[in-house]
Design a protein around this ligand. Sequence first.
Ligand SMILES: Cc1ncc(COP(=O)(O)O)c(C=O)c1O
Length: 357
Amino acid sequence: MSKYWSSIVNRTDPYVPGEQINDSSLIKLNTNENTYPPPESVIKAIQDEIGESLKLYPSPTVDELREAIAKAYDVRKENIFVGNGSDEVLAFSFMAFFEPGVTIRFPAITYSFYTVYAKLFNIPYEEVRLNQDFTLNTHSLFHSEGGVIFPNPNAPTGILLPIEQVEEVLLHNQEKVVIIDEAYSDFAKESAVPLIQKYPNLLVIQTTSKSRSLAGLRVGYAIGSPELIEGLNKIKNSFNSYTIDRLAMAGAIAAMNADSYYKKTTAKVIETREWLSEELSQLGFHVLPSQANFIFISHPNKKAKSLYAQLKENGILVRHFSKAAIENFIRITIGTKQDMITLLERLKIILKEKSTW
Ligand SMILES: Cc1ncc(COP(=O)(O)O)c(C=O)c1O
């Protein structure tokens, strides 16, 4: 507390990102970055942009990148908004579409940034309970007073809500905005993007941080009706006209044109995820069915918190959340096949040690 802080600072409860430890001997599986590097074409595009043009501001309307994204998703440029990572797009969306004092809904187990934004913008929220198997109970999201937000696949469970059920949530919330955070949808069977043509209240948010291997570049985007995109632009332009710098813009455009490379890396991540899930099940782990680039697991004989600590002692960093409903799970980002073989070897040794229950 400080006498110099505004009431806004006093009511914040900032998000704590996963540890970013700079130790190349550590296998880092804690923040869902892509294990594969971006393609050469992206690195070259960023390098080519380094020069005299940096003395000039970047485009405030981000037209070229919006056009590249629109082409990749078969929509129009007017359907696209771009921001500094999807976290920024999410923050602007809370401001643009949710009203202070009017209750919104999201799942009780979900991306922990949503409560942070809600508190920051004075938006009350209802955290709806998941089913026993961690699937979403769509009925609990119907007729929300202030709007709805959820990730699909959900984080940190990795579970996908089938598109028919997504559409039911939209059908039962036509007066309010429904935001679907699709940070991981490229690792899943389906996306809600085609539904934006039918539902002007649907905003789908995606990112280049996960399937496109560019977490360090900070480019996220929203896809929705021109009406929603205009609302987002009004907020952005009341905040910062230039959220995307020239290098990020060049890299992201190249990334939008590198689909064949990303199809291959995504397929490898999915293949490794399926193989690892099976191997872990055989070790007695409960593995939630993931459609993302991470898995969420627990073991009947070992506390998740000690699994996390023992893996860290053994050079593998995973994520543990202390929230009661999920405190017995750890989240593991899918790495290379070799990383996953090392993970399994170390887990086998840890499981043989005396139980910590
Ligand atoms: C569900 C979800 N949404 C959004 C983000 C933010 O991604 P970025 O800001 O890197 O685009 C993350 C990052 O881990 C996430 O898990």
